[in-house]
Ligand binder design. Structure first.
Ligand code: FES
Length: 263
């Protein structure tokens, strides 16, 4: 557990409308050039508005209290997936975690579990980026149709086959919640498998055989012990645990079916 260290705020926090109600935010601080290990720092900030989310609190701290606090965010609307962090020990998008759900207790924010820390609340996602690339998350065709042949048409039923898996925003909350990935970072993991499933189920795609060696590898789908926390924490309603179990079934069926039916 990082050790707690309080510091004086370099600048006084300005008054806000509705001042009076306050909330304490405890944030992990880590500067690789100065710190041997992460520590916690507490900030007491105004909480004037019930619609404030954890990201608003961090932005307030950065703008008015301590400009050195580092974290990622972009859209503030649960789309970009960059603001994921541990909020009171649970992987969440900080732009979707309301302070009212934690007040009057302090709220604790830490970098995502299971990833190396780069600085403060910023985690190193390189491992996932390599895994994502390995499952080739794009439509693969044996032979492209000429442009004049028109669009690849799909029915609504065909789109429904993969729609939920296409909602993944690469926020990495599922990896932070996965105990298997926590023990073995070679495990392909939930989001990469869900995205492989998304393309394998797409009627336009012909890349299944290229993805199978990665999925069925000893560090692939068979590592999953079906804890299911990946699906619980997903902010977009994707069910990576289902993608993994479906892929296990598909892979087994391909093994037992006659050779001619394996495509
Ligand atoms: Fe984009 Fe939170 S800031 S998902």
């Amino acid at each position: 557990m990082p050790e707690e260290r309080k510091i004086d705020h370099p600048r006084p926090a300005p008054s806000l409308k509705g001042e009076g109600k306050k909330i304490t935010v405890r944030a992990t601080r880590f500067d690789p050039d100065k710190d041997e290990k992460p520590r916690m720092q507490s900030y007491e900030i105004p909480f004037p508005d019930e619609s404030m989310v954890v990201l608003d609190a961090l932005n307030y701290i950065k703008s008015h209290v301590d400009g050195s606090l580092s974290y990622r965010w972009s859209c503030r609307m649960g789309i970009c997936g960059s603001c994921g962090m541990m909020v009171d020990g649970v992987p969440k998008l900080s732009c979707s975690a309301f302070l009212r759900d934690y007040w009057p207790k302090p709220v604790t924010v830490e970098p995502l579990n299971n990833f190396p820390i780069i600085r403060d609340l910023v985690s190193d996602m390189d491992d996932f980026m390599h895994k994502l690339k390995s499952i080739k998350p794009w439509i693969i065709r044996k032979q492209e149709l000429p442009l004049g042949a028109g669009a690849h048409r799909q029915t609504n039923d065909q789109i429904d086959e993969f729609r939920q898996f296409s909602q993944c925003i690469n926020c990495m909350l599922c990896y932070a919640a996965c105990p298997v990935y926590g023990l073995d970072d070679k495990f392909l993991g939930p989001a990469a498998t869900a995205l492989a499933r998304r393309y394998n189920l797409d009627s336009r795609d012909e890349g299944l055989k290229q993805r199978l060696p990665v999925l069925a590898d000893s560090e692939g789908i068979w590592e999953c012990s079906f804890v299911g926390e990946c699906s619980v924490v997903c902010p977009k309603g994707v069910d990576p645990a289902k993608a993994i179990q479906q892929t296990k079934l598909d892979t087994t069926m391909r093994f037992v079916l006659p050779y001619g039916n394996r495509d």
